[in-house]
Design a protein around this ligand. Structure first.
Ligand SMILES: [Zn+2]
Length: 215
């Protein structure tokens, strides 16, 4: 079921299954060489996470694309949770987390220096940093909530990849550098503030890219 879940999640996140599109359970089962049962189980978990929905005749479909207002609201929710998670993470991060953080730092430095390969890796490094903060909260519910929000956002970003540049990589990379420095310094107040500043700026960039004028 875990393999089926990961496979379906990646199909959704990369919009290989587009928003609103039907999910062909039999095809997916054949691709993975497994029965339909674990796929149905994975789908019901994805349904609980609002990434897919069930219809009476057709079966499962990928959830519709988020509206600009929903993206705005998603950032508002992240702003309520992630600064707190970052403050906890600054206090509790273990050696393993800190060494991953140093690797992400090197990636961010490269992005700021406009290294093209680092540019390509940016989305992944971004996801990794926010996942590390979520995990560092030491609160599993918070961790899962942040992960789930990130999946929704990733799908939205995949759709907008070419039309808009919602998260200008080198600007966001500079914001990430501040967060990483605060975490490495075990400074909860600075970690909290830098995550709040980063998400506020990201929200504004998204709003601008989507033409939302809401506060
Ligand atoms: Zn970020």
């Amino acid at each position: 079921m875990e393999r089926a879940y990961d496979h379906l999640l990646s199909l959704l996140m990369t919009v290989k299954i587009a928003p609103g599109e039907r999910i062909p359970i039999d095809t997916v089962a054949r691709q993975l060489g497994i029965s339909q049962t674990p796929i149905r189980e994975a789908l019901s978990q994805l349904e609980a996470e609002k990434l897919v929905y069930k219809t009476t005749n057709v079966g499962y479909r990928a959830s519709p694309q988020m509206t600009p207002e929903e993206v705005h609201d998603l950032y508002t929710l992240r702003l309520l949770i992630e600064p707190y998670a970052a403050a906890c993470a600054a206090e509790h991060m273990d050696d393993e987390a800190l060494s991953i953080l140093q690797a992400i730092q090197a990636d961010m430095d490269a992005v700021v220096e406009r290294d093209e390969q680092a540019y390509a890796r940016f989305a992944e490094a971004d996801a990794q940093l926010h996942r590390l903060i979520a995990k560092g909260s030491g609160n599993r519910l918070i961790e899962e909530t942040i992960e789930r929000l990130h999946a929704h956002l990733q799908i939205f970003r995949s759709l907008y990849q070419n039309s808009a540049q919602p998260n200008a990589p080198e600007v966001a990379a500079r914001e990430h550098q501040r967060i990483i420095a605060a975490l490495l310094a075990h400074d909860p107040a600075a970690a909290e503030q830098s995550v709040r500043d980063h998400l506020t700026c990201s929200q504004q960039r998204m709003d601008r890219a989507n033409g939302t004028s809401r506060g």
